[in-house]
Design a protein around this ligand. Structure first.
Ligand code: SF4
Length: 313
C-alpha cells in the first residue's frame, strides 16, 4: 500500500516564546562580547542547541560552570530566585529569555503566597520550568503530577489554596487532576486564565483534529520536550498510533505499513526545517498529496528583554 496523503497540523512548531528565546540568543551573540553562556538548553530542541553551539554559545547545566563576570542567557523555561541570586553574587551579566507566559506563573506564585494561600502546582518533577516556579516558594508549593497526588495532597488551610500549572501540560489530563482537586478542596482558587499556554492548547487541539482523518501521527520534537511528548499522548488518547521523532533520520518506514494518510505536527521548540525533512522522506513512499488541518491562526509576538530592544529594532 502506498501513502496517499500527508496532513500537517496548523499550528505546529515554534511558539512566540521560542521565537523570542531564539531571537534573544542571536541578538546577544551580536551585541555582547564572547564568550556567551546559556544556562540549560535555550529551548528543548537538540537541533536548536547545536546550531547555537556552532555559533559559539556554551551551554551549561549550572552557573558554577560560568566564569565570574561573564554573560549568561537564562533559557525560555525560567529559573528560580536562587539562580538569580547566584548570578548577581557572581557579577554575571544576565539576559533573561524566560517566556513571558512562564514569568506570569512565577508572578502568580508570588501574589498568592503574599495573600497567604498554599499552592498546588500541577507539573512534572525535574522539568526546568517546574523547578524554577517551585523555587519561588518551596515551602508553600506542593507538586501534583498525577490524579493519585491530587487525591492525597495535604495543605495547611483548606480554605486558602490555589491551583497553578506548568504551561505545557496535557489539557485533558490537567482537567482530570483539577476535577479531583476541586472535589477535595471546595474553596480552591483557580486563576481565570489557564496557565497552560495558548501554543500548547492549540497544538493539542490541532493534533486531535488530525486524528479524525489520519492512520498515523508523527510528532517531530526532542525527547525532553514536554509539549512534544504531550502531543504524542494526545494522538494516542484519540486511538491513533503516534510516534515522537527528533528528525527524519528517526522515521521507521515500517510504521507506514498499511498507512494511507499520515498526520504530522511538531512541538513548540521544533524548527520547521525538521518537519520539512520528514515530509521529504514521506514523499518517497509514493506520491502523496500534502494538505493542512488548521484549528487556529497564531499571531502572538512577545517583546524582547529591555536590554535587547534597541538591538532588535
Ligand atoms: Fe511560552 Fe507556551 Fe511557548 Fe512555553 S510553549 S515558550 S509557555 S508560548
Amino acid at each position: 500500500m502506498t501513502l496517499d496523503r500527508i496532513l500537517l497540523a496548523e499550528p505546529r512548531g515554534f511558539c512566540a516564546g521560542v521565537e523570542r528565546a531564539v531571537q534573544v540568543i542571536d541578538l546577544v551573540l551580536e551585541a555582547y562580547e564572547a564568550p556567551i553562556f546559556c544556562r540549560r538548553e535555550i529551548v528543548h530542541n537538540r537541533h536548536v542547541v547545536e546550531v547555537f553551539e556552532s555559533k559559539g554559545v556554551t551551554f551549561v547545566e549550572e552557573l558554577t560552570e560560568v566564569p565570574d563576570n561573564a554573560t549568561v542567557v537564562f533559557s525560555a523555561h525560567g529559573v528560580s530566585p536562587t539562580v538569580w541570586a547566584a548570578a548577581e553574587a557572581r557579577g554575571l551579566t544576565v539576559i533573561d529569555a524566560t517566556c513571558p507566559l512562564v514569568t506570569r506563573v512565577h508572578l502568580e506564585v508570588k501574589a498568592y503566597v503574599k495573600k497567604g494561600l498554599s499552592i498546588l502546582y500541577i507539573g512534572h518533577a525535574k522539568h526546568d520550568e517546574a523547578v524554577g516556579v517551585m523555587g519561588e516558594a518551596p515551602d508553600r508549593i506542593t507538586l501534583i503530577e498525577t490524579v493519585a497526588d491530587a487525591e492525597s495532597a495535604v495543605v495547611a488551610d483548606e480554605s486558602k489554596v490555589v491551583c497553578l500549572t506548568q504551561t505545557t501540560l496535557s489539557v485533558d489530563d490537567t482537567q482530570e487532576i483539577l476535577n479531583v482537586l476541586k472535589s477535595r478542596f471546595t474553596q480552591l482558587v483557580v486563576p481565570p486564565k489557564s496557565d497552560i499556554c495558548y501554543a500548547t492548547s492549540n497544538r493539542q487541539l490541532a493534533v486531535k483534529k488530525l486524528c479524525e482523518e489520519v492512520d498515523l501521527v508523527l510528532i517531530v520534537g526532542s525527547s525532553n520536550s514536554s509539549n512534544s511528548k504531550r502531543l504524542v499522548e494526545v494522538a494516542r488518547s484519540c486511538g491513533t498510533a503516534a510516534h515522537l521523532i527528533a528528525n527524519a533520520g528517526e522515521l521507521n518506514m515500517e510504521w507506514l505499513t498499511d498507512v494511507r494518510t499520515v498526520g504530522l505536527s511538531s512541538g513548540a521548540s521544533t524548527p520547521e526545517l525538521l518537519v520539512d525533512g520528514v515530509v521529504e522522506i514521506l514523499q518517497t513512499k509514493g506520491t502523496p498529496s500534502v494538505g493542512q488541518v488548521t484549528v487556529a491562526i497564531e499571531d502572538t509576538v512577545f517583546r524582547l528583554p529591555r536590554e535587547l530592544q534597541q538591538a532588535g529594532s
